[in-house]
Ligand binder design. Structure first.
Ligand code: ADP
Length: 237
C-alpha cells in the first residue's frame, strides 16, 4: 500500500478522531470517576483520596503522592489477556502518572496518597490515551485542584502517512514491512506536552507535523472533557 492509495478501513479522514463518549461520575463510591470511550476502546478511571499514605515511611511531609494503576482486564481483548501486572501495565501506570503530575497540585496534600485506578474494559488501541483522558476527568471530578486539564491522543504513521488515533487493526496491520509508528501524546489545554512516547521511526519534520495533528485533536478532546464535567455538575445538583 502506498501513501497515494492509503485509505482507512473505517472511512475516517487521516486527522479524524474515532467517535468519543465521555461520562463523569460512573462509580458512586469513588471520590471521582469517569468513563472514556474512543471507538471500541473503553477506559474507566476511579480516584480515591487524598488519604493518609500507608505504610507510614512512604509519607512525604512536603507533598502528596499521585499513584496511578493501569489494568487491562482479561476480557478486554479478543484473546484473553493474562491477569495481573506485567511490564506493559507497569510502564503505562508510570507514564500515566507522569502525564498527569504536572497539572495536579499534589503539594497541597502532604503525607497523603491520591489513588487513580484505570481499568480498560475493552481494548482496541489507544488505551493509555483513553486512560489518561478518563483519569484527568476523574481527578477533576474528585475536586483535586488542577492547574489545567490533560488531554491525550495517539498519532501514527502507517506506511508513509500520518494518521490520528489508530485502531487496533491499523496498529497491528502495519507492523510488518516498513512497520508502523505510534506516538501517544498528552498535553494541557495550554499546549504544554506532559507525555510523549515514540514507538517506531519518524523524521524530525514529520514528528513536528504529528505534534501539530495531536495538538488540534487535543483541543477537540478538551472540549469533550469540559462538556462531560459540566454535565456531571448539572446532574449532581
Ligand atoms: P495502547 O493500548 O496504549 O495503544 P499498546 O500499543 O501497547 O498500547 O497496545 C495496542 C493495542 O494492542 C491495545 O490497545 C490492545 O488492543 C492490543 N493489546 C495490547 N496488549 C495486548 C494483549 N496482552 N493481548 C491482546 N491484545 C493486546
Amino acid at each position: 500500500m502506498t501513501a497515494k492509495t492509503f485509505k482507512r478501513k473505517d472511512g475516517r479522514k487521516n486527522d479524524e478522531l474515532r467517535e468519543i463518549k465521555a461520562k463523569v461520575g460512573v462509580i458512586p463510591n469513588a471520590d471521582g470517576s469517569a468513563m472514556w470511550q474512543s471507538g471500541d476502546t473503553i477506559a474507566i478511571a476511579a480516584v480515591y483520596g487524598p488519604k493518609k499514605m500507608h505504610p507510614q515511611h512512604q509519607q512525604d511531609p512536603e507533598t502528596g503522592v499521585l499513584r496511578c494503576t493501569y489494568i487491562m482486564n482479561t476480557f478486554s481483548v479478543a484473546e484473553r489477556a493474562r491477569p495481573g501486572p506485567n511490564r506493559r501495565s507497569t510502564e503505562i501506570s508510570e507514564i500515566t502518572k507522569w502525564a498527569l503530575e504536572p497539572v495536579v497540585m499534589i503539594e497541597k496534600y502532604p503525607n497523603t496518597v491520591i489513588d487513580v485506578h484505570i481499568n480498560i474494559l475493552q481494548a482496541d488501541a489507544g488505551t493509555r490515551c483513553a486512560g489518561i483522558n478518563a483519569a484527568a476527568l476523574a481527578l477533576a471530578h474528585a475536586g483535586i485542584p488542577m492547574k489545567d486539564m490533560v488531554s491525550s491522543v495517539s498519532v501514527g504513521k502507517l506506511d508513509k502517512t500520518l494518521v490520528l488515533d489508530l485502531t487496533g487493526y491499523e496498529d497491528s496491520e502495519f507492523d510488518e514491512g516498513e512497520g508502523s509508528t505510534d506516538i501517544p501524546v498528552s498535553m494541557t489545554h495550554n499546549e504544554e506536552i506532559t507525555h510523549l512516547q515514540l514507538d517506531g521511526k519518524i523524521a524530525p519534520k514529520e514528528l513536528k507535523e504529528a505534534l501539530e495533528m495531536a495538538k488540534k485533536a487535543c483541543k477537540e478532546i478538551y472540549e469533550i472533557q469540559k462538556k462531560a464535567l459540566k454535565e456531571s455538575v448539572r446532574e449532581e445538583k
